[in-house]
Design a protein around this ligand. Structure first.
Ligand SMILES: C[S@@+](CC[C@H](N)C(=O)[O-])C[C@H]1O[C@@H](n2cnc3c(N)ncnc32)[C@H](O)[C@@H]1O
Length: 283
C-alpha cells in the first residue's frame, strides 16, 4: 500500500465516513464511553479532522444539529455492536458491513474463531483506510476481506467472488448508509440482501428517523453530510421488512439513547415517527 493514499482528501459521500470516525474518537475519550474505537482518531487525523476544532461561534441551531447527529452516531454504534455480539452468540460467522467506511469492528471487537468479515465500500475510502491501518500496524481479530464495489451496481457478484457463502447465515450491517440512497436503491439493496440470507441470518439497519430530512436536510450547509441525505424510515419499517421475509424490531434513537443512559434532552418533535434503529432476523 503506497503511503500516498492516505493523503487523498476525503470527498463526496465517503468523507462522511471520516466524520463518523471523528465522533467515535471523541466518544472513545470519555470515561463513560459506550464503546472504544482506538483506530478512530487515526482515521480522523488522516482525514484532516483531528485535533477536533471547537465549534464555531454563532449559529446555535447548526451546533444543536451537529450535537444531535454526533449523539445519533454514538447510539447507533452501540446498538449495532450489541446486535453483532448477539449474532456471534447465535453462531453467525459471516459479517457483511455495507458501506463500511472507517468501521473498525474487525479490529476492536471480539470475534469467535471462523468469523469472516466482509467490508464493502467504494475503492477510494477502502484505499484510504488501508493506508491508515498499515501505518497503525492494525491487526484484525477475524478474517477480514475488503470488497471494492458500488452498492448501486453489481455488488452481489463481487461479494460472491470474494468468498461470501449465501448458504450460511450472515449478519448484514447498513450503518449510516441508507439515508444516502434513494428509495428505489434501498429497495433493491434489501431485495439483494434478502436473496443472500440463509435462515438464521440477521440484519442491523439505521435509517433517518421520520421527519429528519425536513428538520435537518432543508437548511443543511452545502457539502455537509446532511445535504446528501435523501431517504428516511418508511412509515411501517416492521411491515416493510416482513414483506422481504424478515422478522424485525424497530427502535427510535430516543428509546435507545435513554436505555444507554444518554437521554436526548430536547423534547420529542410532534412529527417524530417510528424509529431509525432496526434489527431483524431471517426465519
Ligand atoms: C456515513 S458513512 C458510514 C460508514 C460506516 N458504515 C460507519 O458507520 O462507520 C457512509 C458510507 O457509505 C458509503 N457509501 C455510500 N454510498 C455508497 C455506494 N453507492 N456504494 C458503496 N458505498 C457507499 C460511503 O462511501 C461511506 O463510507
Amino acid at each position: 500500500m503506497s503511503d500516498g493514499q492516505e493523503h487523498v482528501r476525503p470527498s463526496g459521500v465517503w468523507a462522511t465516513a471520516v466524520g463518523v470516525a471523528r465522533v467515535r474518537a471523541l466518544e472513545t475519550q470519555r470515561e463513560d464511553a459506550l464503546f472504544r474505537d482506538p483506530l478512530a482518531q487515526a482515521f480522523a487525523t488522516a482525514g484532516g479532522l483531528w485535533p477536533s476544532s471547537p465549534p464555531l461561534p454563532g449559529d446555535e441551531a447548526a451546533q444543536r444539529r451537529r450535537r444531535a447527529v454526533s449523539l445519533s452516531i454514538v447510539i447507533r454504534t452501540k446498538f449495532l455492536d450489541d446486535l453483532l455480539r448477539q449474532a456471534s452468540a447465535s453462531e453467525v460467522r459471516q459479517v457483511v458491513l455495507l458501506g463500511a467506511g472507517m468501521d473498525s469492528r474487525a479490529f476492536r471487537m471480539y470475534w469467535p474463531d471462523g468469523t469472516r468479515l466482509f467490508e464493502l465500500d467504494t475503492a477510494a475510502p477502502l484505499n484510504f483506510k488501508a493506508a491508515v491501518l498499515h501505518r497503525e500496524q492494525a491487526v484484525a481479530r477475524c478474517e477480514r476481506i475488503t470488497v471494492a464495489a458500488d452498492l448501486r451496481e453489481d455488488w452481489p457478484s463481487e461479494l460472491a467472488a470474494a468468498g461470501h457463502d449465501r448458504t450460511a447465515p450472515t449478519v448484514w450491517i447498513a450503518e449510516g448508509l441508507l439515508i444516502y440512497l434513494p428509495e428505489d436503491a434501498v429497495e433493491l439493496l434489501l431485495a439483494r440482501i434478502s436473496a443472500r440470507s440463509a435462515p438464521g441470518s440477521r440484519m442491523g439497519l439505521t435509517l433517518g428517523s421520520r421527519g429528519v430530512l425536513e428538520r435537518f436536510g432543508a437548511d443543511a450547509a452545502p457539502g455537509s453530510a446532511a445535504s446528501l441525505w435523501v431517504s428516511e424510515t418508511p412509515d411501517d419499517p416492521v411491515g416493510w421488512l416482513a414483506g422481504h421475509g424478515w422478522e424485525a424490531d424497530s427502535r427510535t434513537l430516543r428509546e435507545c439513547a435513554a436505555a444507554y443512559g444518554r437521554p436526548i434532552s430536547t423534547p420529542p418533535q410532534l412529527d417524530e415517527g417510528p424509529g431509525g434503529l432496526i434489527s431483524a432476523v431471517r426465519r
